[in-house]
Design a protein around this ligand. Structure first.
Ligand code: COA
Ligand code: ZN
Length: 460
């Protein structure tokens, strides 16, 4: 099966509300994408702003030096000026887009169908005359008049486009329809290669991308973490996992996906939900007792592929959904041997406290101490100093959060910093319980998005 990924994190991804990448970040993201092996990188629309222009310039330079190996694309409206700007950057391919549905022709472009064909033909051949490869994107293709879409493809192809992107711009496709659409297009235009650009407005972008591939599409547009206009497009990590599982093809280095996902999470400021497929914190974390009992015998009972395939590890959590197999395994891992009746008693205590969200290892050891009367855990530290690194929400003033943090009980010092985190808070507590309470209070301060705690044990 011939299929590759075009990653558009730097173009479509930056169209996510609130997301902007610096030139340095663009370069770093492009390098990471090339390193995992995406076929094409849509590096931006250079006519939009000077930093995007600069970013593409740097990325193209790296391509020329062999540091980046993916094909580099520049986005362009169907206007000569945009094409010239992309061409002077010496991208490998110019991607010209033009809305071709009746609504786009009328309300956006104010042209007739015939006029649009002329514009498409002229701009594609103008781009081609600069000696670059050209892709034409039929924007809003999935709401366009079908006969007209066919005319558009023929026009773009005759003018020199060797790839056509079928853009489901507002996300209205449905998998079986998508497959039929691409089957028909690829049989009518055997010498054209097709891209699928699927938006996720109805949550079907990945399914539509796979269906397009079944129908003959050879490039899937994706963004890391599914970024993009409105709710975004196909998430890279999900579609490549689906390609591996369903079609047996490995189009990028799967084990590197978490690294790329966290890089883009950090630079985009859009947090990844824990229940996000493949790279979310909980993607390989099990909970229900029956599930955990199953995976302890054979992980494939509740996993479709080993987490190691994606550079992840499996885990399970303990709460009222836990069963004795999970509990026994957890205590064994903690080096504690409990009899069956002791395990039953610990489990009964867990079930009797149904609102506890997570049992940490220290909590479990404490329960086991209560049941057995033996000392099992190291004495909890006393007089603790901790450094809490705080990340703020992207839409708040750090200084305002700093002020709110400085009055939290137990907080000794607050400093604004720059780097991965925004604020450093120094706290002192008499024991771990109190420390946990302070950290909870810090987390509940308005504007605080996440925290990371490091401990400095100190006799006061
Ligand atoms: N090809 C040619 N012209 C197009 C077009 C296309 N694919 N898509 C839209 N246009 C035209 C519209 O008809 C409108 O023209 P008008 O001014 O004659 O009415 C104009 O482009 C869009 O309006 P606006 O964005 O307000 O115009 P602008 O000249 O101030 O800015 C950009 C143009 C491209 C510089 C600016 O919109 C921008 O920075 N956009 C970000 C990139 C973007 O929108 N990408 C969409 C990718 S799907
Ligand atoms: Zn899009």
């Amino acid at each position: 099966m011939k299929v590759g990924i075009l990653d558009s994190t730097l173009r479509e991804g930056e169209q996510t509300p609130g997301v902007v990448f610096t030139v340095e970040q663009r370069v770093e993201i492009a390098k990471a994408l090339s390193d995992i092996g995406v076929t094409m990188i849509e590096a931006g629309h250079p006519a939009v702003s000077a930093d995007i222009y600069e970013g593409i310039k740097r990325i193209v330079k790296m391509k020329k030096e062999g540091v980046i190996t993916s094909e580099i694309l520049g986005h362009s409206r169907a206007v000569k000026r945009d094409i010239e700007v992309a061409a002077e950057l010496e991208v490998d391919r110019i991607a010209i887009f033009y809305g071709i549905s009746d609504i786009h022709l009328k309300a956006k472009h104010h042209v007739t169908k015939e006029e649009a064909l002329k514009i498409i033909s002229e701009t594609v051949s103008y781009a081609k005359s600069h000696g670059v490869k050209v892709r034409f994107t039929a924007e809003d293709a999935t709401r366009a008049d079908y006969q007209y879409l066919l005319e558009v493809i023929k026009t773009a192809k005759d003018a020199g486009a060797d790839r056509i992107s079928i853009a489901d711009t507002v996300g209205v496709l449905y998998p079986s329809k998508t497959r039929e659409l691409f089957k028909d297009l690829t049989s009518r235009f055997p010498d054209v290669e097709f891209d699928i650009h699927a938006h996720n407005d109805l949550g079907m972008a990945v399914a539509n991308a796979l269906a397009a591939v079944e129908g003959g599409a050879t490039i899937i547009h994706a963004t890391v973490n599914g970024l993009g206009e409105r709710v975004g497009i196909v998430p890279l990590q999900v579609v490549v996992a689906a390609l591996k599982y369903h079609f047996g093809v490995e189009v990028v280095k799967l084990e590197k996906l978490p690294e790329v996902a966290s890089l883009v999470e950090k630079y985009s400021g859009i947090p990844m939900p824990p229940n996000f497929p493949i790279t979310g914190d909980y993607a390989f974390v099990h909970k229900a007792g029956i599930h955990v009992a199953g995976i302890l015998n054979d992980p494939s009972t509740y996993e479709f592929m080993p987490p190691q395939t994606f550079g992840r590890n499996r885990d399970y959590v303990i709460d009222k959904y836990t069963g004795k197999h999970a509990l026994k395994d957890r205590f064994e891992k903690l080096g504690v041997k409990l009899s069956d009746s002791e395990l039953d008693q610990v489990l009964a205590k867990i079930k009797a406290n149904p609102s506890a969200r997570f049992y940490r290892d220290v909590d479990l050891l404490e329960l086991a101490e209560n049941v057995t009367g033996r000392i099992l855990k190291p004495r909890p530290p006393e007089n603790i100093q901790a450094i809490v690194s705080v990340k703020c929400d992207s839409n708040v003033y750090t200084t305002a959060v700093t002020r709110r943090l400085s009055v939290v009980q137990g907080v000794k010092e607050v400093m604004e910093i720059s780097g991965d985190y925004d604020i450093i808070v120094k706290v002192e507590a008499k024991d771990t319980n109190e420390l946990n309470q302070i950290i909870e209070s810090i987390r509940s301060v308005k504007g605080v998005r996440s925290t990371l705690t490091s401990l400095v044990l100190k006799k006061l």
